[in-house]
Ligand binder design. Structure first.
Ligand code: TMP
Length: 202
């Protein structure tokens, strides 16, 4: 069976994930997708998750909703594409749940991982490209924008999320590549292409 490669971007808000997901998917002829909101059901979940008028969502409910988005996404988009031999490039993945719902919200990361193990049903990203930007850079890029429910969280939350990404990258260096996102867009794009070539031979 020919199987495609599953490549994901991770990082904070406004770090350039969307731009670089589009570019990489285009370069590889891959299926371009995203979490949350990569399916019609996921888009409805995403609306709730981002809604700033939702002020009392429990951290467990939030974790379950992101896991539900993911389970549907893997079922409807990711697995079928990989099985048909297509590569998949996704803007965020299961690692966002570990970083945001685990490290960020301070829930037991082992619990969040087990919940998501069930959700992804064996389909884990093969390469994680972490677009890393310092909190000041993110703050600067978000200035003047209408912020969603996650972006509105304070600096402490975002520092914990970033530290979580770094911890996971350190734990599994063969799966992760950290790319400095605070560089001109062409430099970031070149670093991404190098990493994909070196790690996956694509
Ligand atoms: P984005 O798609 O514009 O990056 O926004 C998605 C937001 O949702 C971002 O703040 C991270 C958050 N998120 C989680 O908290 N858990 C998840 O599992 C995923 C995929 C995203």
């Amino acid at each position: 069976m020919t199987v495609g490669r599953y490549i994901v971007f991770e990082g904070s808000e406004a770090c350039g994930k969307s731009t670089h997901s589009v570019r990489l998917a285009d370069a590889l002829g891959a299926v371009l997708t995203r979490e949350t909101g990569g399916t019609p059901v996921g888009r409805r979940l995403r609306e709730i998750l981002h809604d700033t008028t939702v002020t009392n969502l429990s951290p467990r409910a939030e974790a379950l909703m992101t896991a539900a988005d993911r389970a549907q996404h893997i079922h409807e988009v990711v697995r079928p594409a990989l099985v048909s031999g297509k590569h998949v490039v996704s803007d965020r993945s299961v690692y966002s749940a570990l970083a945001y719902q685990g490290y960020g919200r301070g829930q037991d990361v082992g619990h969040v991982r087990r919940l998501n193990e069930w959700a992804v049903d064996g389909v884990w990203p093969e390469l994680v490209l972490l677009l890393d930007a310092a909190p000041e850079v993110v703050e600067r890029r978000l200035k003047g924008r209408t912020l969603d429910r996650f972006e509105q969280e304070g600096a402490e939350f975002h520092r914990a999320v970033r530290a979580g990404f770094h911890q996971m990258a350190a734990d599994e260096p063969q799966r992760w590549v950290i790319i400095d996102a605070d560089q001109p867009v062409e430099r970031v794009a070149a670093a991404i292409r190098d990493a994909v070539r070196q790690r996956l031979g694509l």
